[in-house]
Design a protein around this ligand. Structure first.
Ligand code: MN
Length: 729
């Protein structure tokens, strides 16, 4: 049964391919299928289906996007290297270098290659970096990867809830922005919609419901409007074609929960799209539309004269008719339409139709190289992830230079970001800014339509200020500022870096003799691949290396090799349970004993703790302020049984903590909580909600944290979420 299914699936795919690709290509595609099918033999998807359905589905998505045969071959083989015995070398020999690059680009870094100390976040970042590097060599890598992710999102219901959230978040934060940046609209919208369904199921269902309720009347409205428009437009532009669409769930979600609008306040739920033959016709149609309907102020956007960074071009306007329903009108040529739908993929799909020269194609991928270059400066792959999250986000604002040139920058950009977007030299010499002719503070956030003028000093010397790093929004500006400090202020950086290191050491009770300190720092510098200790200080000084991120490793090293205080303990005779203490707690005077954490107060690393020698069950650890611990340990019932206990610094285990959140009930809240928690790299082990009758919701959240500081951090993040009234532990 199963085998016939697979063959049927493949022959359906093959029928589509036959129409597009030639015989020679088909032979290789067949061979790829057979190879993948035999190597994945016996493996199952989480859904219980044979594994091979996944590569077939990925290939199918790529066929629909119009990708070339090598991408399809790579799609069929994309998991063999990661998941089977088939090696990259075999693949290179049998399918050639090009396909091997594609498959290798989507293959995750092996676990062995990653340092075991690296966190999940760092691993993700390293994988993203590997992918971007491969992308910069061959952009098809990411298109195959996006298709892979799309099919995994389509089948996400079969994996466990924690993984669902992780994957959905990663999709929303990394893969949707990349597909947006590449202009592949259909993939981007589906990725976003599916991610939201898992991250915020309640809101998703709400929007679907709203859309369903308004869909009958909405469709009637769209039909009627299209007819009316076409009647007029055809008198002047006979070839114009028109279609209507309803906004995507995620698009509505963003407006509702990120911009705080009501469903009824969203003006572009309905959109009408007019496609014409020439740019002149676009502007003609715009005139007709504005003659027929009243345009809403500030809603007209000319993406024809100023294309979006992903090359999207169209005229947008929002108008309102007699029915009182506002709707968006998008006007574009066929060429623009292909780019709008398929983005970079149009390059393969419309080989002849689209006028893409090699040069302009390369220009369109310049951003990938820029991102990689900025990241190389710092050596921290996580910066890549954060630039994807911030710089590739969907919304940008358009502002004008005093000369009238249009510059687009990510939404939320300050005047400093603007200055650096124009040129590093402008940013570095900036002394202030004017918006619409008035002086503004340097953290001023610019809005679409404003005229921004950067005031610069004529003399070289001054340069940016370190505070700017906390003000700017784009990682592009950030890395340009850091670069300046790196180059111009080495001496200052060394001093600043040294101070930072010493401060962090003091804060973490790391005490070393001068001699040990030198040895210790030298090792640290070497581990960061720095040639000298001064290089290391300088890197910290300009922000290329974060000392705070290094602290866990530093503390561990310190405790292992230098911390003598741990051994200066008195000896108290106690029964040796010969069970090794793995819980990260040292009990004074007792080397090996059974440790258990008391249920009454659930101590966490960082809490002040004390041990109680039980009768026959080792030592139970309480918080010092637990109600079961006597206040006065000298004059209590059995003073001899209370012993001092400490947390070992290098606590690796995770601890459960339960938080009770009191919040104002609102849709979208759970997604925000989940996002904040995931951002902290905290796993949720359980979550439950109780709606109170008074409009409040009690959320009980059990999480795994690595200690009290971690938990405190998490709490303060959660407290900042809109609508959270109280967080209790
Ligand atoms: Mn896959």
């Amino acid at each position: 049964m199963m085998t016939t299914d697979v063959n049927k699936l493949y022959s359906d795919l093959r029928k589509k391919i036959e129409a597009i690709h030639n015989k020679d290509e088909l032979i290789i595609i067949d061979k790829a299928f057979e190879t993948a099918n035999s190597f994945h033999q016996g493996q199952l998807r989480r859904s219980g289906e044979p594994y091979i359905i996944h590569p077939i589905a990925v290939a199918n998505i790529l066929v629909d996007l119009g990708m070339d045969y090598q991408s399809i071959v790579a799609a069929l083989l994309h998991d063999v290297v990661e998941d089977t015995d088939y090696t990259l070398q075999q693949l290179t020999e049998e399918f050639g270098e090009d396909v091997a690059i594609l498959v290798d680009g989507v293959t995750k870094l092996g676990k062995v290659q990653l340092n075991s100390r690296e966190t999940k976040e760092e691993q993700q970042a390293e994988n993203v970096r590997k992918m971007l590097l491969a992308m910069s060599k061959d952009i098809r890598v990411i298109i195959v990867k996006l298709a892979d992710r799309l099919h995994n999102m389509r089948t996400l219901e079969f994996v466990d809830p924690q993984k669902q959230r992780d994957k959905a978040l990663e999709t929303l934060e990394i893969f949707a922005p990349i597909s947006h940046r590449l202009g592949i609209r259909s993939v981007k919208e589906e990725l976003e919609d599916r991610a939201i369904r898992f991250l915020d199921p309640v809101a998703y269902a709400g929007i679907e419901e709203n859309l369903k309720n308004s869909s009958r009347s909405g469709n009637d409205f769209l039909e009627h409007t299209k007819e009316k428009i076409l009647e007029r437009v055809h008198q002047f532009v006979p070839n114009a074609q028109i279609s209507g669409r309803i906004k995507s769930v995620h698009g509505i979600y963003r407006k509702m929960y990120m911009q705080g609008k009501d469903f009824d306040q969203i003006f572009d739920i309905y959109a009408v799209r007019i496609i014409v033959d020439s740019v002149v016709d676009c502007y003609n149609c715009l005139g007709i539309i504005h003659d027929m309907y009243n345009p809403l102020p500030n809603r007209f956007k000319d993406y024809i004269s100023t294309p979006k960074p992903n090359m999207y071009q169209s005229l947008h306007t929002t108008v309102i008719g007699k029915e009182g329903v506002p709707f968006e009108v998008q006007i574009r040529t066929w060429d623009m339409h292909r780019t709008a739908e398929f983005g970079i993929a149009a390059h393969w799909k419309y080989k002849s139709g689209v006028t893409t020269t090699k040069q302009s194609f390369d220009d369109r991928l310049q951003w990938i190289r820029e991102m990689l270059e900025a990241q190389q400066e710092s050596g921290d792959a996580r910066e890549l992830v954060s630039s994807i999250k911030t710089d590739l986000i969907t919304d940008e604002v358009f502002v004008y230079t005093p000369k009238g040139d249009v510059v687009n920058v990510p939404q939320g950009s300050t005047v400093i970001d603007f200055a650096y977007a124009i040129h590093s030299a402008v940013g570095n010499r900036m002394t202030g800014a004017k918006v619409d002719g008035r002086i503004v503070p340097i953290d001023y956030v610019i809005k679409t339509g404003q005229i921004v003028e950067i005031l610069t000093s004529s003399q070289q010397g001054k340069g940016p200020s370190r505070d700017w790093l906390n003000i700017v929004k784009t990682s592009q500006a950030k890395s340009k500022i850091r670069n300046w400090f790196k180059k111009e202020k080495r001496e200052e950086n060394i001093v600043q870096g040294k101070e930072e290191v010493e401060r962090e050491f003091r804060r973490n009770y790391i005490r070393l003799s001068d001699e040990d300190y030198e040895k210790f720092i030298k090792r640290l510098a070497e581990r960061q691949r720095m040639e000298t200790v001064d290089d290391f200080y300088a890197a910290i000084g300009y922000g290329g290396v974060s000392i705070i991120r290094l602290m866990p490793y530093i503390k561990e090293e310190y405790q292992k090799n230098y911390d003598k205080s741990r051994f200066e303990v008195k000896t108290i005779p106690v029964r040796d349970n010969s069970k090794k203490n793995k819980d990260g707690v040292t009990v004074e005077g007792i080397d090996n004993c059974l440790i258990k954490f008391s249920q009454c107060c659930n101590p966490l690393p960082g809490d002040n703790i004390i041990g109680f020698i039980t009768r026959g069950h080792g030592v139970s650890i309480h918080k010092r302020d637990c109600t079961n611990v006597p206040k006065d340990l000298v004059n209590c019932a059995e003073p001899a049984r209370w012993v001092n206990a400490y947390w070992n610094g290098n606590v690796k285990e995770e601890y459960k903590a339960t938080l009770q959140l009191t919040c104002l009930s609102r849709v979208g809240l759970m997604a925000e909580i989940a996002t904040q928690v995931a951002n902290m790299r905290v796993n949720i082990t359980s979550i439950s909600t109780h709606d109170m009758k008074d409009g409040r919701t009690i959320v009980e959240l059990t999480v795994n944290v690595s200690g009290v500081d971690h938990l405190k951090n998490l709490i303060s993040r959660i407290e900042k979420i809109d609508g959270i009234l109280l967080v209790e532990r």
